[in-house]
Design a protein around this ligand. Structure first.
Ligand code: CO8
Length: 258
């Protein structure tokens, strides 16, 4: 159905796999269109609780935007694409939890995609960076804004100004990825993490994600008001009633997402 990605379901999990291993899964325009279409599909499927991005071929998650599309690119075309797609913003705003499962190179637009996800796991041998500066560019998919929020301004500056790739362990030490697993355990351990999340109330997950995203969008006072409104809203849901009841009855809750 898609040329550049694969979409697979496994119980409550859905995988979107970047599938252009010959170019280390570099993302071209068509890939982005396909990812957005897949996300739309997965948003509508109640059985899908968590989405995981991964790369095919074992060598890369995504080695960046497809540099071939940059040669002779007209500024107006680039501006129009951004205006029309809002690719990275739509990944970040997806209403279900999204995990970037990084196996191998995670560079440029690939790193920015990972930054737009909610949680990042990486295999120990992964290499992560924002090398745009090496081709006379800067991160144009949100990296200059999301990276400093995650790792602090100094480290973000260093990564963006040098274009250096760092190891998964270093990425974890600066907060750029949340978990590092041995290469052969990446998929299994990431699935365990995703399955744990998938058991929670989908509606509570959605609002919790919104609340945390709010922290990057507003000041503390407005953020606390936002959190309070979302917290209160959850008392209108069956899931919250069920969660509280199940706790008091000392049993596992059964969440319906309503
Ligand atoms: N775009 C296009 N093709 C690529 C890319 C890429 N980003 N990365 C790798 N490839 C291709 C190579 O050209 C090569 O193709 P071919 O076999 O036809 O020559 C193939 O993939 C395999 O790559 P290598 O032979 O280079 O593999 P190596 O193991 O020697 O090196 C590297 C791996 C170090 C990852 C190397 O491929 C590399 O440096 N790649 C480029 C990484 C990069 O600079 N990424 C950032 C791109 S710019 C960007 O992402 C901007 C984002 C802005 C987003 C906002 C847009 C709206």
């Amino acid at each position: 159905m898609y040329d550049n990605i694969l979409v697979d379901r496994e119980g409550p999990l859905a995988f979107i796999t970047f599938n252009r291993p010959k170019v280390l899964n570099a993302m071209n325009h068509q890939t982005k269109e396909e990812v957005l279409a897949a996300l739309e599909e997965l948003e509508a499927e109640d059985s899908v609780r968590v989405v995981i991005f991964r790369g095919a071929g074992g060598k890369a998650f995504v080695a960046g935007a497809d540099i071939k599309e940059f040669s002779g690119l007209r500024p107006i075309r680039q501006w129009e694409e951004r205006r029309r797609l809002h690719f990275y913003e739509r990944v970040a705003a997806f209403p279900k939890p999204v995990i970037a499962m990084i196996g191998g190179y995670c560079l440029g637009g690939g790193c920015e995609l990972a930054l737009a996800c909610d949680i990042r796991t990486a295999s120990a041998s992964s290499r992560i960076g924002q090398p745009e500066i090496n081709i006379g560019l800067l991160p144009g998919g949100g990296g200059s804004q999301r990276l400093p929020r995650l790792v602090g301004q100094g480290k973000a500056m260093q990564l963006i100004l040098t274009g250096d790739m760092i190891s998964a362990d270093e990425a974890k030490s600066i907060g750029l990825v949340e978990e590092v697993y041995p290469d052969e355990e990446l998929e299994e351990r990431t699935k365990e993490l995703a399955l744990k999340i998938s058991e929670k109330s989908p509606v509570a997950l959605r609002l919790a994600k919104e609340a945390v995203r709010g922290a990057a969008k507003m000041g503390l006072e407005a953020g606390l008001e936002y959190e309070s409104a979302l917290f209160s809203l959850l008392f209108s849901t069956d899931d919250t009633a069920e969660g509280v009841k199940a706790f008091l009855e000392k049993r596992k809750p059964s969440f319906k997402g309503e």
